[in-house]
Structure formats: C-alpha cells, structure tokens
Design a protein around this ligand. Sequence first.
Ligand code: S3P
Length: 174
Amino acid sequence: MENILLIGFMGVGKGTTARAYARRYGIYNIDTDDLIESRENRSIPKIFKKKGESYFRMLEQETADWIECCVRSTLISCGGGFYQVKNLKKLGTVVLLDASYDWIYRRLSTAKNAEKKLAKRPLFSEPKRAKKLYSQREKAYKKVADLIVNVEGKSMEEILEEINRGVRQLAVRS
Ligand code: S3P
C-alpha cells in the first residue's frame, strides 16, 4: 500500500479521521505536526512564537523529506499548510478532506474542548484572518489532491468508506 496523506484546512478533522481510519483498517498513522513538535520538543504555538512561521515551514519540508525517504504503508495526517512542500506528490496518495469555512468554524468553535482546539492553532487566532487564508488556499488544495472527500454532513463511517474506496480505485488505475 502507498502512503495516504490527509490534507485540508485547519479544523476539518484530519487528525480525528486519521485515527479512525487507522483503527478501522489496521494501519499505522502519523501526524506531521506531532512529528515536528516531538523533534523540536516544543508545541506548534511555541515554535511559531519563538522561531516564526518560516522556520516552521522549513521543518515541514524536512519532515516531508524524511517521509519520502523512510515512511511506507502509513496514513499521514498533515498540518493545514503541509500541502506546500515541494515533494508532496512523491509522498503518497493525496486525499483532501473538504468542507466550507463556515462548517469548519462551527465544528471548531462548538467542540467540547473548543478553547484548546483554537489555542493550538496560531493561524486560527483571528477568524477573519483564518477565513482569508481559507479562500487563498481553497483552489490550491484541490489542485494537489488525487481524491477529494467532502466531509460535511457525513458520518465518520461514510467518510472512511469514501476514502478507502477512492484510494483503492486510484491504485487500480495506476
Ligand atoms: C497550519 C495548520 C496547523 C499547524 C500550523 C499551521 C496551517 O495544523 O500545522 O498551525 O498553516 O494551516 P492543523 O491543520 O492540524 O490545524
């Protein structure tokens, strides 16, 4: 099996979906933000604050290089900006989890641990700015995706099935 990369905007549910997919299909999953945090021994907000966004983007590229070299048959949930790494398409099948900005905002702000979910995302600190970022990235996400799964109004089971079916069809075609 090729790696599967889940990409998409902050708060669309990449991490939750990745964990459910891994459990359902018996594979391992890793998260690019977790890898970066453990390598730096600092949280994402602290990395942004102490070293700046461009340093974080450099760490994302290093993580992508490591994945290209060393990771196989794994589900990888990616930070919202990870789709910009140079070698994205060499890392595996790219699956976009897609939803409208309003749906994502509602999902994040009405979650049980909403404060925590927002606090760990420095680029979501101002909803206006986040909305602008969403509209800047919307087309780019779709451009790099091998498969687009709209998650709005779907159960987790439906989302998992759709990813699995789509990835299998792509594998047959290539
Ligand atoms: C970012 C998304 C975050 C994290 C960082 C930057 C982005 O990940 O990588 O705060 O540029 O969209 P999530 O998408 O998991 O929130």
